[in-house]
Design a protein around this ligand. Structure first.
Ligand SMILES: [Zn+2]
Ligand SMILES: [Zn+2]
Ligand SMILES: [Zn+2]
Length: 166
């Protein structure tokens, strides 16, 4: 069995004050939308906050469930889907297709393709950003005449804290 690499363990797998993650994600979103001239409406911001409630991808239905319990915000599904589309187009969230769920982006300030390590035990998703992976995919696609428009790589396994607990 491998020894846990505590020094390299991402914050997502360690006990931490998550309110910092949420507030910095929301502040970054405000700044990014201001720079891009897009509008982070109250609903879009609330949906982003819900996606950021943990480091585990959250499904659209879970978001709808919370919103419909909140007073004065009987958000219709299309409204929530449009808010998620907006957040995705602006790089603030990534969609994890295998879980049909969304995760907040840790580096929304520049365009990138997401690579995710998804823990099968606790469902934490850790975002990697390895240009060599994206480049290899683009090169492999190009070799067969395929143009890549977007790529989200999803890798399933066990995270450091679940390995330690096992
Ligand atoms: Zn956190
Ligand atoms: Zn990202
Ligand atoms: Zn885990």
């Amino acid at each position: 069995m491998l020894k846990p690499h505590t020094a390299n363990t991402p914050l997502a797998c360690l006990p931490h004050d998550h309110s910092h993650c949420v507030s910095s994600a929301l502040a970054e979103a405000d700044a990014l939308c201001a720079r891009q001239g897009t509008r982070l409406t109250a609903l879009r911001k609330r949906v982003l906050e819900l996606v950021w409630q943990s480091h585990k991808p959250l499904g659209a239905y879970d978001i709808l469930g919370v919103l419909s319990e909140e007073d004065g915000r009987r958000a219709a599904p299309p409204t929530v889907y449009r808010a998620l589309d907006f957040l995705q187009e602006n790089g603030l969230v990534h969609r994890i297709a295998s879980l049909n769920a969304f995760i907040g982006c840790v580096r929304p300030e520049h365009a990138h393709q997401g690579q995710f390590l998804i823990c099968k035990s606790c469902h934490t998703a850790i975002e990697l950003e390895l240009p060599s992976i994206s480049q290899a995919i683009v090169a492999g696609a190009k070799a067969v005449g395929f143009v890549v428009e977007s790529q989200t790589v999803e890798i399933v396994g066990l995270c450091a804290s679940c390995r330690e607990a096992a």
